[in-house]
Design a protein around this ligand. Structure first.
Ligand code: UDP
Length: 499
């Protein structure tokens, strides 16, 4: 029997939301470049999207398991949170994903029965907490992925522990919350606390579910973090202190910069000729903008429900500011107000209603600012290319990210509706003194981010160490037999694609 060492193999199970899936696809590509075999497990309609983002490679596979079909009140065919008609259905969606445990374990069982054996580790999303139990049953380490900043995760964990007993802060601002043992670079207000934590009610099934997820989280082998040490070094140890068994937080981001093909390289911005080949209407429009850093990019991510009345306010604010803008709108019910539409005819703005390549847009030399909801991916993508943020947070941990950007990092300006305030904020960010300072800070952070993922950089080295450590945990010589695995995976319960 051959005693060839088995090729290291990592199984990745992303949560079905764009902001959670995309960074794990970037991580998959980073692992591929280190000759690690990667299998991504997901449901059929997500698989279609995922395959589009992956390179052709004989060492990356996507396994489909069926999404639970009914009984959860979800719209037919909904397999991704971006397809939810309202975030009120988020808990129903989470509940449905629990049914994926059996097919997930079937996959692990087949892998462990094959000659290639079980993977080095499973990297699964925080929301798929039940994967821990499965991993433990198969003796495979689970690494958890949250898609959040270190600071937001540490604050959330600390709040869960301390919020019921917290006394008002002794600092200058009496309404801010003091969290024991944490140095928070801004005044933490109760309104910044993510909703489920603020209203923690242990009789509520959604809260109970979150508690289960949190318990699985802290019992995991480690945490993969889409951030970099230079950005969040001072919060890492307090975050790790919430984990059992000495689990480490592995900061390997910004993951999208690990994609060599798209990396902005040493220059701050991509030139339009690099982008022209993509030829989307958004990119064509941007290429027509002659003034450097003159356009505001506007997007509120894939999750937040923004009311049409609020979209009106934003539209009028953009028009009044006189700043050119490119705006991605998700609402299917909102119509552009007539006045604003008239103004856009002179080429001052573009509203896009389909999916855009946000990273490409942010990397365009015409973009000078980002009006953002401050989802963590958006924050990283913006500062990595030196674009300052006009922060308008909405849900989840976004208020924490916004304060980190504005106060902690100095790379943005905070804003909220009504329109007058947004209008002033847009002008200040794009042409004002505070905006100039925020741009300089974002550019400095962008340089650090790009250094972090290069050979010798902090994130690059951390990923190497993570792989070394995982290989050490399960360094068993086994016959290499990839074909056999592929054959066995063709079961009636799931199907496997090679990209
Ligand atoms: N995104 C994109 N095109 C779009 C909308 C979103 O590429 O039209 C990407 C964006 O670049 C980011 C992710 O989707 O990587 C959204 O994640 P984020 O954490 O910013 O916000 P969320 O959608 O999770 O609230």
């Amino acid at each position: 029997m051959s005693t060839q060492r088995r090729q290291p193999h990592v199984l990745i199970f992303p949560f079905m939301a764009q902001g959670h899936t995309l960074p794990l696809l970037d991580l998959s590509k980073a692992l591929l470049r280190k000759n690690i075999r990667v299998t991504i497990i997901t449901t059929p309609s997500n698989a279609k999207l995922i395959i589009q983002h992956l390179p052709n490679s004989p060492i990356i596979h996507v396994i489909e398991i069926p999404f639970p079909s009914n009984g959860y009140g979800l719209p037919k065919g909904c397999e991704n949170t971006s397809q939810l008609p309202s975030m009120d259905l988020h808990f129903a969606f989470l509940n449905a994903t629990k049914q994926l445990q059996k097919p997930f374990e079937d996959v692990l069982a087949l892998m462990s029965a094959s000659d290639a054996g079980i993977p080095l580790c499973v990297i699964s999303d925080f929301f798929l907490g039940w994967t821990l139990e499965s991993c433990q049953a198969f003796g495979v380490p689970r690494l958890v992925f949250h898609g959040m900043s270190v600071l937001a995760m540490a604050i959330s964990k600390s709040l869960c522990q301390h919020l019921p007993h917290l006394k008002p802060s002794a600092s200058q601002n009496p309404s801010s919350l003091d969290l024991p043992g944490m140095k928070i670079p801004f005044d933490l207000a109760i309104s910044d606390v993510p909703e489920p934590i603020r209203n923690l009610d242990l009789n509520d099934p959604a809260c109970q579910f979150l508690c289960e997820l949190a318990e699985a989280d802290v019992s995991s082998w480690g945490v993969v973090v889409n951030s970099f040490e230079e950005l969040e070094r001072s919060h890492i140890s307090s975050f790790e202190s919430f984990y059992h068994n000495g689990a480490k937080a592995w900061c390997v981001g910004p993951l999208f910069l690990c994609d060599d093909d798209k990396k902005p390289g040493d220059c701050e911005k991509l030139s339009d000729c690099n982008l022209a080949k993509h030829g989307t209407s958004a990119m064509q429009w941007l290429n027509e903008q002659v003034t450097l850093a003159s356009v505001l990019y506007v997007s509120f991510g894939t999750q937040a429900d923004v009311a049409d009345t609020q979209l009106d306010e934003i539209a009028f604010a953009l028009k009044e500011s006189g700043v050119p803008f490119i705006w991605v709108v998700r609402s299917t019910t909102w119509c552009v107000p007539k006045d604003v539409e008239e103004g856009m005819k002179s080429g001052k703005g573009l509203i896009v209603r389909e999916w855009v390549d946000q990273r490409q847009i942010l990397g365009h030399k015409s973009i000078g600012g980002f009006l953002s909801h401050c989802g963590w991916n958006s924050v990283l993508e913006s500062i990595s290319v030196g674009v300052p943020i006009l922060a308008w947070p909405m849900i989840a941990e976004q208020p924490l990210n916004a304060k980190l950007v504005v106060t902690g990092l100095g790379a943005g300006i905070g804003v909220c509706v009504p329109r007058e305030e947004v209008c002033d904020g847009v002008r200040e960010l794009m042409v004002g003194e505070r905006g100039r300072r925020a741009r300089e800070r974002a550019q400095a952070l962008g340089r650090q981010a790009r250094r972090a993922v290069k050979e010798g950089g902090s994130s690059h080295e951390t990923l190497n160490k993570l792989i070394d450590q995982l290989c050490g945990v399960s360094d068993v010589p086994l016959k290499l037999c990839l074909r056999a695995v592929r054959y066995e995976m063709e079961s009636e319960h799931f199907s496997m694609h090679q990209t």
